[in-house]
Design a protein around this ligand. Sequence first.
Ligand SMILES: NC(=O)c1ccc[n+]([C@@H]2O[C@H](COP(=O)([O-])OP(=O)(O)OC[C@H]3O[C@@H](n4cnc5c(N)ncnc54)[C@H](OP(=O)(O)O)[C@@H]3O)[C@@H](O)[C@H]2O)c1
Length: 252
Amino acid sequence: MRSTEFISVLFFVQIFGILRDCVEDTEAVMAEGKKKHIGILGARVVGKTLALGFANKGYPVTIGNRDSIALKESWEGAKHPNIACESYFKTAEQAQLLVLAVPGRVAAAPLTECEIVHLNAKIIIDATNPISEHGPDKGVLRLFTEFNSSLMEQFQRRFPGARWVKAFNSVGSAYMVDPPFDTRPTMFICGNDPRAKAEVSKLLDEFGWDAEDMGPASSARAIEPLCMLWCLPGFLENKWNHAFKLLKHESK
Ligand SMILES: NC(=O)c1ccc[n+]([C@@H]2O[C@H](COP(=O)([O-])OP(=O)(O)OC[C@H]3O[C@@H](n4cnc5c(N)ncnc54)[C@H](OP(=O)(O)O)[C@@H]3O)[C@@H](O)[C@H]2O)c1
């Protein structure tokens, strides 16, 4: 082989290697047991709870909101060695897996700020609920979606390259990480990507939950309204200390 041919072959081998490394990077992180870099979009009670939950379990976490300097100055959790505070854009740029924790009705704004290129191919755990700006009626939350639609389907249509998985929406933030019940509660999840759901199920297991896969993204039409049921004892009797458990009769 002549030296120019050899250099060409070497060049293509290198390019192929770089591309392959990029594609396999995310899967390899999991396979090697390395912790994925988690990005949390939203920094109120859910965002902060999940950020600390992931950070305490050894994950590098970036949490994003509109004013990351104020967040860093005002939140004790920002001192955690595994936590960084950034803009929505930087959070999405740096993270390998994202959690969406903003009000459902404004979610398009932070997602657009993240830019599609930083959402594509990433798992996004969708903890949001389509709660209306109008308050509850007799303890029943009002949603801005119809029964035959859901917020996560809207996200999936608008950002089709992302791998959306609904989770964490139908329990209070106090029980999202290591819930202290006698038995493991059930986290209902759904989404169109089976591998994404399998990965989220593993994370939920680590967080003390039994994940129950309820099907594709359209199943969010049933999972999102569970927040109405979960909140009822809270609004009516100030009881917020519960979680859902799916019982199964194993037939022989
Ligand atoms: N609270 C719970 O226990 C609970 C349980 C299950 C599910 N959820 C769902 O989880 C989501 C987060 O709930 P949350 O109670 O933690 O907080 P939230 O009040 O719903 O969201 C707060 C976050 O959203 C950001 N935000 C608000 N308006 C924005 C806008 N126009 N553009 C960009 N960002 C905006 C805020 O940013 P700044 O910090 O910059 O103001 C803040 O980081 C909601 O969809 C909620 O329904 C809540």
